[in-house]
Ligand binder design. Structure first.
Ligand code: ATP
Length: 326
């Protein structure tokens, strides 16, 4: 302890509601512990361009309730190269920044891990991505808000689907992970979900929906994760259309509205806890680790594990969708 006098904080990869709450928590925890704080703008690009600005306690007032990220985020190709990371290191050294908190997903942590293998400025990560697909934490910042946004949309779709006897294919985010689809499927009372973790589901789907047809269900909602092998909601709807002439088939792609909006209370609380924990980890001389939440307790997970291991969906919850679709 005592080595760290000034820390940097950045957001990287896809934006997620609650990132601002995490920036606020990092900034204020650092100041509480007598450290100076520098905001790094536009993710790793800001490290390469030395796009730094000092943050005071008041710089982060009135942001806990806002979506997006006041520091902006970006995808940065240069940081993937050793030369790029060397420039980042020189810039950090020149600005006398002795530790960095990165808020992002898998890619962000991969970059941070490489940096920490090469240079001696410690990086600590906070999981921030709406997909909730990071191994080692039950929860990522933004997931709860995105999930609630999706459920609100599904409820609205249900109203119109029931009124018209419609079958809706609703596409939600999740390029490689079905967490949003699974949870919104349960919470929205979906008849079925189609997610990348479960292969061959499109074939079972026809049978399931035929059963619903026989039972004269007045509406069907199928939640499809965008990254599923079927090619998404549009392709799946086209494929099934000929078999379901009685239903009016519609597709709704929720898209980027899932990323925006004011963070939920859960996201704000968890982002605050993780922000405090990340600064404390730096003060405890940790590096190359992510702070996470497991069973509602703070844990430290090496970047190496967080990026290498896959976080599966809860298979018991997948069964619930079928049970409740009798
Ligand atoms: P999300 O899950 O929301 O997409 P992410 O952090 O995974 O978030 P990426 O775009 O994959 O988003 O990564 C963010 C940034 O991390 C990249 O723009 C790049 O600068 C850095 N990064 C990603 N992969 C690597 C890598 N293999 N080596 C070094 N840096 C990387």
């Amino acid at each position: 302890m005592g080595k760290i006098k000034r820390i940097g904080v950045l957001t990287s990869g896809g934006d997620a509601p609650g990132m601002n709450a995490a920036i606020r928590a990092v900034t204020r925890t650092a100041i509480y512990n007598g450290l100076e704080v520098v905001g790094i703008r536009h993710g790793y690009q800001g490290l390469i361009n030395a796009n730094f600005k000092p943050l005071k306690a008041s710089s982060v007032s009135d942001i806990i309730q806002r979506g997006g990220t006041i520091l902006k985020t970006a995808r940065c190709m240069e940081f993937k190269t050793t030369e790029g990371r060397k420039v980042a290191f020189e810039n950090l050294k020149a600005a006398e920044i002795n530790g960095v908190v990165v808020i992002g997903g898998d890619g962000t942590f991969t970059g941070a891990r490489l940096f920490n293998e090469e240079f001696d400025i410690p990086f600590v990560g906070i999981p921030g991505t709406i997909d909730n697909d990071i191994y080692g934490t039950d929860y990522t910042i933004g997931y709860d808000t995105a999930l609630n946004t999706v459920v609100e949309c599904v409820d609205k779709i249900r109203d119109t689907a029931s009124a018209h006897n419609r079958m809706f294919f609703v596409e939600v985010m999740g390029a490689e992970a079905g967490h949003i689809a699974l949870y919104s499927g349960i919470a929205g009372g979906a008849e079925a979900i189609v997610i990348p973790e479960i292969k061959g589901e499109a074939d079972n789907l026809k049978e399931k929906l035929e059963g619903n047809n026989r039972r004269k269900k007045s509406s069907n909602i199928i939640i499809v994760a965008e990254g599923d092998e079927t090619g998404g909601a549009m392709a799946l709807a086209e494929k099934l259309k000929p078999s379901f002439q009685d239903y009016d088939i519609r597709v709704s792609i929720l898209g980027h509205l899932q990323r925006g909006g004011s963070p939920s209370a859960t996201d704000r609380v968890n982002a605050s806890r993780l922000g405090v924990a990340a600064v404390e980890a730096l003060l405890d001389d940790q590096k190359s680790v992510m702070v996470g939440l497991q069973n509602n307790e703070i844990v430290l997970v090496p970047f190496r594990k967080a990026v290498k291991l896959h976080k599966d969906v809860n298979r018991q919850l997948v069964d619930i969708i079928d049970i409740l679709n009798v």
